[in-house]
Structure formats: structure tokens, C-alpha cells
Design a protein around this ligand. Structure first.
Ligand code: CP
Ligand code: NVA
Length: 309
């Protein structure tokens, strides 16, 4: 059997293939325009196939978009939290990978630790998709880029500005920068910058990435402003984070510094009054609910890529 195609990090997938996935996401969305949400796509490419959806942490968008996505592709899904499974009682992820490879056709995992995801992939004979780890969130960024192309045109002409914690979602924006050619500015307070070698690696591939501590300067004339929670799942120092990060709230002052009609993105769930003001997330420049919807279309394209369908 040939090696399965995993979707673990945008850094691992060639730019041309990411471009094809995004093109497919646009096509898939248009093709079912006006369909009832539960209707199966005309080509039903996954009839008889099943994706396992495993969660070590909470989820609304990832859970429902993968489940509906598989239904629309003609297949089905089985959802379980790790507490429902023997991994919650100490069974190894390696054994879990080998067992699930006998039952289902692919696995989506939301994991506490990125190492759990890579161990699952190394031991699975079927494709594994990253539904978020402590390190990155690649499916989210594909939906975000789909949203920007719908609203704003060519990614290579855009400057995107990340404001706040240099977290898992920020890492995937870094990983995609060289692949799609957008300019990326990252504005985090001291101690909250993007961890690891990701920025240097992306720059080495030609990405334009600036780190600018002052959020107002970072947002000046930018085309896209992006926020995410100050306290991610698994963070234990909530009070300190809120106090350290409040100076990086996306509010009207930052949006006014950005280009006219700049787009606001947030992967959700949001905390109004913390990382973003209600005036911005509920205002006319916010694209957050299109962004949430596009999780569905982008992930269907990712599933098709994994299965060569
Ligand atoms: N954006 C996102 O991944 O949302 P969920 O945590 O609800 O899946
Ligand atoms: N950074 C957030 C994203 C949630 C979708 C977290 O990891 O909790």
C-alpha cells in the first residue's frame, strides 16, 4: 500500500498543491450553491467511506464542519472525544492508529500536543488530518485564505497583520506566507512571539514576515487584521495573559489605522472586550462568519486532496 497523504502542517505541503486545494474549495462551494445543507454533492466522491473525528479538546466549528463535510461528500463520520476512547485511559496513540486503520478510511485529530498528532500519522495506514494542536491549525488558515480571496482578490497583493498572542493559529499563517505570497506582519508583546523556527524557515523560503511590537504601527495601511483569543485551550495562566495582552486588543483605533475597507478575521470562538472589541467583530469589516462557513468548503477540499479524489 502506498504511503497515506497526511495534512499536518502547511509547511509540509508544496505551494502548488495548496493552491490546488484552495481552488477546489472555491469550486466546491460554488457547485453546491443553493443546495440544502444536508444534500450530497452531485459527484458524491466518498460514498461508503468514513472519517473518524477524535477530539482531545473542545470544538464547535471543526466538529460540525468535518461531519457535515463528510456527509456532503457522500461518506460518513464517527466522532469521539479522547475520554470516550481508551487513549483517555492510557492506550498508546500508536496502537490507536493501527487499530483505527483497520476500521475507518481517515482520521481527523484535535490534539493537546502536536507530538500526539505526528505519532498518530507515523503509525496510521490511512490519511491523518490536523484539526488543531498546541502548535498549529492548518485547516483554519485554508478557510481564512478562501475568505480573503472571496472578498479581496489576490493574496500576493495583500498585507496581513496578526495582532495578539503568537499562538497555534499564528504559526499556520507563518507557514502559509511563502506558499501564497502574502506579506505578513506579526505584532505580539514581549514573551508572546511565535515560538520555534517557523518564521526563519518561512523567510528562508522567500516569505516577507515583519515582527512589529507596537500594534498601531503594525496595522498601518494593512489589508487584513487578524485576532485570536488571548487564552488558548490548554493555557493555564489566564489572568496573566489577559493583563499582558490587553494592549494588543483589536479595536476601532487599530482598524482605523488599517487600509480603508480592511478585512477583520478571527477563527472563533471570540471574547468580546478581550482580544477584540464588539464594534470590530460585529462591525461591517468583519468577515468572521464567512470565515467560519468556509471551514466546511476548505476541509472538503483537504479531504479530497488526502484521498486523491
Ligand atoms: N476555529 C475553530 O477551530 O473552532 P472550534 O474550536 O469551534 O472548532
Ligand atoms: N488558539 C485557539 C484557537 C481555537 C480555535 C486555541 O487553541 O484555543
Amino acid at each position: 500500500m502506498s504511503n497515506p497523504k497526511h495534512f499536518l502542517s502547511l509547511a509540509d505541503v508544496p505551494a502548488s498543491e495548496l493552491r490546488s486545494i484552495l481552488d477546489e474549495a472555491h469550486r466546491i462551494k460554488k457547485a453546491r450553491s443553493g443546495y440544502p445543507k444536508g444534500r450530497i454533492d452531485a459527484d458524491a466522491p466518498f460514498t461508503g467511506e468514513t472519517l473518524a473525528l477524535i477530539f482531545e479538546k473542545s470544538s464547535t466549528r471543526t466538529r460540525f464542519s468535518f461531519d457535515m463535510g463528510m456527509r456532503q461528500l457522500g461518506g460518513s463520520s464517527i466522532t469521539a472525544t479522547s475520554n470516550d476512547m481508551q487513549i483517555g485511559r492510557g492506550e498508546t496513540i500508536e496502537d490507536t492508529a493501527k487499530v483505527l486503520s483497520r476500521f475507518v478510511d481517515g482520521i481527523m485529530l484535535r490534539a493537546n500536543s502536536h507530538e500526539t498528532l505526528t505519532a498518530l500519522a507515523h503509525n496510521a495506514r490511512i490519511p491523518v488530518i490536523n484539526g488543531l494542536t498546541d502548535y498549529n491549525h492548518p485547516c483554519q488558515i485554508m478557510a481564512d485564505l478562501e475568505t480573503l480571496e472571496e472578498r479581496g482578490g489576490a493574496l500576493s497583493d495583500m498585507t496581513l497583520t496578526w495582532v495578539g498572542d503568537g499562538n497555534n493559529v499564528a504559526v499556520s499563517f507563518v507557514n502559509a506566507a511563502a506558499k501564497f505570497g502574502y506579506k505578513l506582519r506579526i505584532s505580539c508583546p514581549d514573551g508572546y512571539t511565535v515560538q520555534g523556527q517557523g518564521i526563519e524557515a518561512a523567510r528562508g523560503q522567500g516569505a516577507s514576515i515583519e515582527t512589529i511590537t507596537d500594534p498601531l504601527s503594525a496595522c498601518k495601511d494593512t489589508d487584513v487584521v487578524i485576532a485570536d483569543t488571548f487564552v488558548s485551550m490548554g493555557d493555564t495562566d489566564a489572568d496573566k495573559r489577559l493583563s499582558d495582552l490587553m494592549g494588543h486588543q483589536v479595536n476601532d483605533a487599530l482598524m482605523n489605522a488599517a487600509a480603508k475597507d480592511a478585512i477583520f478575521l478571527h477563527c472563533l470562538p471570540a471574547h468580546r472586550g478581550e482580544e477584540v472589541s464588539a464594534s470590530v467583530i460585529d462591525g461591517p469589516q468583519s468577515a468572521v462568519f464567512d470565515e467560519a462557513e468556509n471551514r466546511l468548503h476548505a476541509q472538503k477540499a483537504i479531504i479530497r486532496w488526502c484521498f486523491n479524489a
